[in-house]
Design a protein around this ligand. Structure first.
Ligand code: IPD
Ligand code: CA
Ligand code: CA
Length: 262
């Protein structure tokens, strides 16, 4: 199945790349910060058509609404374009993210960094790969020497879940903080050791599913902000949003302590 996930991620990525830099129709979703373009929808249609044709008994949970048979044994969790704001503004940092769950456990994940033409992939128990080469999280255990990444939800102006205070706290403890605008790519840069840690509030299942497995299979840890395990499947079913902390494992507890201090 991983080869099929990679293939359709690349095909959707080609569609997105061809549309990049051209005129878009932009619609607002929940507010003026939360965009969707015709390319998000076209990518989702391409991916869901592929799944329905090749795996007709499988379920789909996809960001732009193509939900289908969600209680099936296999569930494809799809973000057809992660980083829509970047895409719409001409910043070449965005991805296709597809995770596949079997009975609620993620067994495969692929993130395609479209403009760099890099496939990040993982299968449960089999390691993580960047264009076929095995990757591992960083070995840094010093928060003060860490480069962290975060993102902001579309209701950031309301300061949800103390997002401003948490950001300021990490500015005081880390070497540097980055904000790329694609949660899927943020996970992958933790998996390959570029970043030591990633946190964000209010992510959705399609932002998390593939990236979480890619971090874990690269030797990292993904929990909520208290260090508890995250069950993406129950999150999907309940339609809840999540607090995500993904690290190399070595700075995990230190990041939790900083969060507790705010
Ligand atoms: C968004 C990106 C962004 C993150 C937002 C997400 P979208 O996904 O991953 O980095 O900060 O929380 O919603 O809307 O571009 O698919
Ligand atoms: Ca997303
Ligand atoms: Ca998206």
């Amino acid at each position: 199945m991983i080869d099929d996930i990679i293939q359709i991620s690349k095909e959707a990525g080609d569609l997105i790349r061809n549309a990049f830099g051209k005129a878009h129709s932009i619609e607002f979703k929940t507010n003026e910060l939360n965009l969707v373009t015709e390319t998000d929808k076209a990518s989702e249609k391409m991916i869901t058509d592929f799944i329905k044709k090749k795996y007709p008994s499988h379920g789909i949970l996809a960001e732009e609404g193509s939900d289908f048979n969600k209680s099936a044994e296999y569930l494809w969790v799809v973000d057809p374009l992660d980083g829509t704001t970047n895409f719409a503004h001409g910043l070449p940092i965005f991805a296709v993210s597809i995770g596949v769950q079997k009975n609620g456990e993620t067994i495969a994940g692929v993130v395609y960094d479209v403009m760099r033409d890099i496939i990040y992939s993982a299968e449960k128990g089999n390691g993580s790969f960047e264009n076929g080469k095995k990757i591992s999280v960083s070995k840094n255990d010093n928060l003060g020497h860490s480069v962290l990444v975060t993102g902001f939800p579309y209701n950031i102006r309301e300061n949800p879940d103390k997002a401003f205070e948490r950001f300021i706290a990490f500015l005081k403890h880390a070497r540097a903080i980055r904000r790329l605008g694609s949660a899927a790519i943020d996970f992958c840069y933790v998996a390959n050791g570029v970043f030591d840690g990633f946190w964000e509030v209010s992510l959705h299942p399609w932002d998390i599913c593939a990236g979480k497995l890619i971090v874990e299979e690269a030797g990292g840890i993904v929990t909520d902000f208290d260090g508890n395990k995250i069950d993406i499947y129950s999150t999907c079913l309940a339609g809840r949003q999540e607090r995500i902390l993904a690290t190399n494992g070595l700075i995990h507890q230190k990041m939790i302590e900083v969060m507790r201090s705010i």
